[in-house]
Design a binder for this molecule. Structure first.
Ligand code: ATP
Ligand code: MG
Length: 137
């Protein structure tokens, strides 16, 4: 089985949607094997999203990610990385398939409710960014 890093973003925690989003993961066969609520500093958000440092939306993205608590979690299941991205839906909620998290809950391309790792190497890096070995069973 595979593991992936998921983040429930500030727009969703502000609207108290953690349980509804977690239900989508569980209905899709993903198991939440680690989870905690934290608040990132802008610098930590920038470190996490360093790959986007040169993008025009980087400043907006890191301000947003530091604006309120997030829920970081590790999801486990068969093909968890791809399955999570399927359940999340397209980055822009206007393009997200019906029934996906972003179609149902996201507010805009920036405030799009969830993050999910996009490949095995980034999943491993992103899990290690937030969780220690002791927190993972
Ligand atoms: P994530 O990495 O958060 O799971 P993603 O892989 O679907 O989302 P990326 O292209 O990696 O999308 O972009 C990272 C995040 O940056 C997006 O989820 C979104 O919050 C933000 N973002 C992307 N494009 C834009 C944009 N044009 N304007 C504002 N914010 C954007
Ligand atoms: Mg991405």
């Amino acid at each position: 089985t595979e593991r992936t890093l998921s983040i429930i973003k500030p727009d969703a925690t502000n609207r108290n949607l953690t349980g509804k989003i977690n239900a989508k993961f569980e209905e899709a066969g993903l198991r939440i094997v680690a989870q905690k609520r934290i608040q990132l500093t802008k610098a930590q958000a920038g470190q996490f999203y360093a790959v986007h440092a040169e993008r025009p939306f980087f400043d907006e993205l890191t301000d947003f990610m530091a604006s309120a608590p997030v829920v970081v979690q590790v999801l486990e299941g068969e093909g968890a990385i791809a399955k999570n991205r399927e359940v999340m839906g397209a980055t822009n909620p206007a393009d997200a398939a019906p029934g996906t998290i972003r179609a149902e809950f996201a507010e805009s391309v920036g405030e799009n409710s969830v993050h999910g790792s996009d490949a095995p190497d980034t999943a491993a890096e992103e899990i290690a960014f937030f969780f220690s070995g002791l927190e993972l069973v």
